[in-house]
Design a protein. Structure first.
Lengths: 322, 268
């Protein structure tokens, strides 16, 4: 039996269906990303697992037990909020110790575990600071330590990196992944950033209008998207003569679809092209290998290996959304 | 910081003068040796300050005002906390009506309240008592206490409380360890504003205070009805001095801006 099971989970706000019969099975230790645009129901799903929102219908089971029958304070889940939600009137150590205190862990043990967890997130030297004296990235780590120190059965991350700048976000992604591997806590991440979801998770749940459009490993979802929505949401796509092609799969050849380069943008590790063809405007991404590349206005031919079109029959059963 | 032009400077100077002049005039007159309100005065004397000692009822009225303000403001703040949390968080039937009711003492002239309380308190047998004064003052300072408590309750990030719940805190623990400490700056500001309003109140209190339960403003008001000597100016000067001293101490200890604007502990 799966570790965490969502069964036809549904939430209605008035007449609006925020989450529409979402079913999902999560294995122990797995890292799952709920990915989708704002309003797709991913945060509502997380809040139902946390217990801050009551589902209209459906069930949530943790190791076979009915999670909905348990009060939010007794669920033993670790949550990292988008705003970090640190206690501003407590020091870092007091923030992290709060959950242990609530569990009645004795002071000596508490001190030891707080120190261990702060070391894990690389903040061993910051125990006596207040949150307002720390940077966004550091506050983020405190929030993570506070959630992890209680050894939660599930770690819930609500857009945890969206308030950080791009460079820091990338560093934190790597670190978050390593920490999750170290503690091997089952993790559910809510994000609207497809790069973040793909970088971190074992499986992605692509959500749209309250439903799961596809559930599967990031690579599979990217290469074989179940629906046009998934294809578009996970990355740039071209629709050429009825087939969908990722821009990085197209190369310049001597024969093939004829076209003319409209714009060429240099982006360091790759070139981004917009090419006018008979089949419409085509986006092409070419790796920067240092070689000379076609310039703007040049006549080119586009070639690509025909990959399977976005079909609905290709995704293995059980990995699909409802 | 941008620089002020000459016109703006002149305007600010006039404005400050307009605000401060009455206070300075009162303090000046308090030092007159004459037996009447003489301004400007040529000679200086502490005569009217010594005179306060002959009127112990002024001193006891001062202490009564202090206690009355502190107590009624504290109770008003205590009542405001649950009301503010409910109004800030929930949408329930009667929410607007309740808010309007709590704010209504601001709308009703104090003289009307005074007459109403006089009649009501006499009927239930607490006319002219300190308890009556406290009850009446709670009503008039409640809008000030609630306004500032509400502002800090609205500014509270609910995710902080959710975080505490997810870590295993019961509702009571969340209130005591998280919510109350976070709204505390708002409560302190609400209390301070309520206290100032209570200490200052005369229009309503003059109806419900009896000899022996007079507040300082009431005592002064009654005194100037019968006397024209400068005793009230020396009493005023003392109150002004105490107020200035209290402001300086609070500014050093806590920061006046924090106290009066209700800024949170983390600067938000």
């Amino acid at each position: 039996m799966a570790f965490l099971t969502l069964e036809k989970l549904t939430k209605k706000f008035g007449t609006h269906l925020a989450v529409d019969g979402l079913s999902l099975e999560v294995e122990k230790g797995e890292f799952i990303a709920l990915l989708g645009p704002s309003g797709c129901g991913k945060t509502t799903t997380l809040q139902m697992i946390a217990g801050f929102v009551d589902p209209t219908a459906g069930a949530i089971r943790l190791e076979g037990r009915d999670l909905l029958a348990i009060k939010p304070a007794k669920r033993g889940l670790g949550i990292v909020f988008q705003s970090y939600a640190l206690f501003p009137h407590m020091t870092v150590a007091e923030n992290v110790a709060f959950g242990l205190e609530m569990q009645g862990v004795v002071a000596a043990e508490r001190t030891k575990r707080v120190a261990e967890t702060l070391d894990l997130v690389g903040l061993g030297a910051f125990a006596v600071r207040f949150p307002r004296q720390m940077s966004g990235g550091q506050q983020q780590r405190v929030a993570l330590a506070r959630a992890l120190v209680i050894r939660p059965s599930i770690l819930l991350l609500d857009e945890p990196l969206s308030n950080l700048d791009a460079k820091l976000r990338e560093e934190m992604q790597i670190e978050l992944r390593q920490i999750q591997r170290t503690v091997s806590t089952t993790t559910i991440l809510v994000t609207h950033d497809q790069a973040e979801a793909m970088a971190l998770s074992d499986r992605i749940v692509v959500m749209n209008q309250g439903r799961a459009e596809q559930i599967g490993p990031p690579h599979e979802a990217y290469e074989r998207p179940a629906t046009p929505f998934v294809a578009n949401f996970l990355g740039k796509t071209n629709l050429v003569n009825g087939t969908t092609v990722r821009p990085e799969k197209i190369s310049f050849g001597t024969s093939g679809l004829a076209g003319k380069v409209r714009t060429r943008i240099f982006q360091g590790n790759h070139w981004l092209y917009q090419v006018d063809t008979d089949g419409g405007l085509v986006t092409v991404i070419r790796q920067n290998t240092g070689e000379a590349m076609p310039t703007e206005g040049a006549a080119v031919h586009l070639v690509w290996q025909s990959s399977p079109p976005p079909s609905s029959g290709e995704v293995p059963a059980g990995r699909r959304g409802s | 910081m941008s620089k002020n032009g000459p016109l703006a400077l002149a305007y600010h100077t006039l404005f400050v003068a307009f605000m401060l002049a009455p206070i300075l005039v009162v303090c000046w007159v308090a030092f007159t040796p004459e037996g009447f309100l003489s301004f400007p005065t040529d000679n200086w004397s502490l005569r009217w300050f010594y005179a306060i000692a002959r009127y112990p009822e002024f001193v006891s009225a001062f202490w009564r005002s202090l206690w009355l303000g502190a107590l009624s403001s504290a109770i008003a703040v205590g009542v405001s906390v649950p009301a503010a949390l409910a109004i800030a968080r929930y949408r329930f039937p009667g929410r607007e009506a309740m808010t309007a009711l709590f704010m209504s003492p601001l709308m009703i002239p104090h003289i009307v309240l005074g007459i109403a309380f006089l009649r009501f308190f006499t009927q239930i047998g607490i006319g002219g008592t300190f308890v009556g004064l406290v009850l009446a003052h709670i009503v008039i300072v409640l809008p000030f206490a609630l306004r500032l408590t509400l502002a800090s309750a609205i500014g509270l990030d609910r995710a902080i409380e959710h975080a505490a719940v997810s870590l295993g805190a019961s509702e009571w623990v969340v209130l005591r360890r998280i919510t109350l400490p976070l709204v505390l700056p708002g409560l302190a500001s609400g209390w301070a504003l309520a206290f100032i309003n209570s200490f200052d109140e005369v229009t309503m209190t003059v109806f419900i205070a009896a000899p022996g339960t007079e507040t300082l403003p009431v005592r002064m008001f009654l005194y100037i009805q019968d006397n024209i000597d400068p005793l009230v100016t020396s009493v005023s000067a003392c109150v002004i001095a105490i107020t200035v001293a209290a402001l300086v101490v609070m500014d050093r200890a806590y920061g006046l801006e924090k106290l009066l604007v209700g800024r949170g502990v983390d600067g938000r």
